[in-house]
Ligand binder design. Sequence first.
Ligand SMILES: O=P(O)(O)OC[C@H]1O[C@H](OP(=O)(O)OP(=O)(O)O)[C@H](O)[C@@H]1O
Ligand code: HPA
Length: 198
Amino acid sequence: MAWDEAERILSEADLIHDGQAVDRALDDLASQITERLEHTRPLILGVMIGGMVPAGMLLPRLGFPLQLDYVHATRYRGGLSGQNDLQWRAEPGTPVRDRVVLVVDDILDEGHTLAGIVEALQAQGAAEVLTAVLVNKLHQRKHPGLRADFVGLEVPDRYVFGVGMDYKGLCRNAPGIFAVREPAPATGDRAEAKEPTQ
Ligand SMILES: O=P(O)(O)OC[C@H]1O[C@H](OP(=O)(O)OP(=O)(O)O)[C@H](O)[C@@H]1O
Ligand code: HPA
């Protein structure tokens, strides 16, 4: 774990969206999701690990009956660049057949994670699969045609962390959304993430 490095990264990072902006975005997401899903008895699936923070902040803002479960699929696995394969660590425990499903994640970056999850849920017979992300990263490297149905905030094409998003497994608890100041490998870069020495 990169504890010393994370402390330095956190102290030098640029604040992109503060906690109040995050709260406003979650309020806005909640009203859009309510309008679309309140009569559908949806299954909400948080995407572990990062999605647990925005999902936990979003759910108390939803005032209609829903069911909560999770999936765990990871592409970055503690690094700063995504691997080609999406590694499944937990499929949904709740059957999705004929259900309206809302997948909640922290960030839509290149979109391969959400695309893989949506494809798996559709293959399992979900009636409809919708996606909500706290942040969408702005760049032109998206999985073809991939966009989230509900987006809270936009972030620039920099490595970001906070409100669920990690820097090498740490800093998910930062109360706003921060961008790493020092140059980091672009997330589209397939190079191995450099692990720090302790
Ligand atoms: O749009 P993409 O480029 O596919 O990246 C987005 C995904 O990457 C992160 O997950 P990660 O694999 O880092 O796992 P984590 O949730 O444990 O941080 C994030 O939580 C998204 O699920
Ligand atoms: O910029 C990012 N930050 C944290 N996790 C991520 N997963 C994909 N992109 C990012």
